[in-house]
Design a protein around this ligand. Sequence first.
Ligand SMILES: *[C@@H]1O[C@H](CO)[C@@H](O)[C@H](O)[C@H]1NC(C)=O
Ligand SMILES: *[C@@H]1O[C@H](CO)[C@@H](O)[C@H](O)[C@H]1NC(C)=O
Ligand SMILES: *[C@@H]1O[C@H](CO)[C@@H](O)[C@H](O)[C@H]1NC(C)=O
Ligand SMILES: *[C@@H]1O[C@H](CO)[C@@H](O)[C@H](O)[C@H]1NC(C)=O
Ligand SMILES: *[C@@H]1O[C@H](CO)[C@@H](O)[C@H](O)[C@H]1NC(C)=O
Ligand SMILES: *[C@@H]1O[C@H](CO)[C@@H](O)[C@H](O)[C@H]1NC(C)=O
Length: 416
Amino acid sequence: MFSRRRLAKVAPFLLGAAVFLFILAQDRSPTTSSLVSTFQGLRRFQRNSDLVPQTAGTQKSIGNSSKTLVVNATKIKTNDRSKKKESDAFDARKLFDARKLFDGREKFNASGKPSEAHPLFPGYIIKNPELCGSGKVDILLYLHSAAEQRVRRRAIRQTWGSSHTFTDISVKLVFILGLPSDRVNQLRVQTESASYGDIVQGNFSDTFKNLTYKAITTLAWINEHCAQARYVVKADDDMFVDMFRVVTDLIPKTAGNRFAMVCDHKESMAIQRDERSRWYVSEQAVPSRKNWPPFCPGYFLVFTADLVPVLYEKSFESKTLVPIDDAYAFGMLREGNITVAISDVHNIICSNRRPNPPEELKANGKFEYVSFGVSKAEEHSQFWSARLLKLSPWEQEHSTYFKTVQLPNGEPLIIA
Ligand SMILES: *[C@@H]1O[C@H](CO)[C@@H](O)[C@H](O)[C@H]1NC(C)=O
Ligand SMILES: *[C@@H]1O[C@H](CO)[C@@H](O)[C@H](O)[C@H]1NC(C)=O
Ligand SMILES: *[C@@H]1O[C@H](CO)[C@@H](O)[C@H](O)[C@H]1NC(C)=O
Ligand SMILES: *[C@@H]1O[C@H](CO)[C@@H](O)[C@H](O)[C@H]1NC(C)=O
Ligand SMILES: *[C@@H]1O[C@H](CO)[C@@H](O)[C@H](O)[C@H]1NC(C)=O
Ligand SMILES: *[C@@H]1O[C@H](CO)[C@@H](O)[C@H](O)[C@H]1NC(C)=O
């Protein structure tokens, strides 16, 4: 289909996308950092004006929850030959059938154990049980966030976390929060939840040492309220995630496996026993071990949803809180009688902030990493806008940002 469309000929147009946000620089929240998400080598991001569209956009509402996402087509003359090369490179994907990956998986059988009976389940403050609804959920995207990170959440909803990115893949987004220390922030969380319906809040103080309550709350919530999910994508709210490549590059790695995880796999990381360390774990919390079992760091991972009831049930055996959420949820809880197929993708995901992702896009047609750290909420829209200018033919075909119209001379034209 695509070769006949002759995209190379057709595409002297690139599309400009602009997202308008009032965003202040945000500090990295201490409550969303997982074990391996250290921020070394912080470098100032240099704005790349080439990739930021010059014209303001016409308002185009893409679904209810992203009303401020603004897209406008901007004609940019490109070199036809480089365009041709690019579309050839992507041709390998033209037959990629994402639906097979999702439809080939069954709805998981939820555990019947009630969360109230869980030794460590903290209880819900906000539950939003209808979030997943009764339809298909191909990807449940859940992000650890904290009450005060409203700006990050808004930026993510409007960009890569939107449920409206794909025409034919159902994505649901949920933010997992604990309790803030003040009433004002709590009231704002409740207002935000009433507007967007995408927040789950557990009854625990949102501190670094309490992060494992977030993991347990999430497992309980997915098990109870989103058993139709096929895949789960987990990240922190200071990560950028290229959802197109999650679908085309990461999810296919799980094909054919019952329980599977795709992550920056840690085979044998020492448990930090030095009390001065941020990651200190007492002998009491995790006795008689020197190392963590192999685990997936929580800054970003993809896993098959069939793992949810298994990890959830296993967590009933925990009597003390293991303060490192990812080593616990994506390591200790998978120990035992299941085999998890691991795809280690440490070379294409990265918890650190990238020096200049739009430059990578310009040079390679894609970001070096499928997911990477961001330090300012406005970067979500910057990087997403840049990414939308570089969608492959497959991505264009499956994205709501594009549609193809027939020109009078019979040639197709892709427009926003
Ligand atoms: C959208 O782009 C067109 C040019 O392609 C321009 O004429 C129009 O003014 C733009 N819309 C807005 C709101 O700037
Ligand atoms: C979107 O908004 C319309 C009206 O504004 C409403 O009828 C519909 O239920 C909304 N859909 C969702 C998914 O919220
Ligand atoms: C759920 O349970 C049914 C009945 O026991 C079984 O046939 C099905 O394979 C199970 N599904 C999964 C995903 O394990
Ligand atoms: C939250 O937990 C506290 C005890 O830590 C309890 O007093 C309170 O009732 C709980 N709130 C809800 C809404 O369950
Ligand atoms: C969470 O952390 C706070 C302070 O670190 C602590 O006082 C509290 O007991 C912890 N547990 C819950 C359930 O909030
Ligand atoms: C693991 O073992 C427990 C008890 O030994 C059993 O109830 C459970 O179904 C097993 N899980 C799987 C996925 O086989």
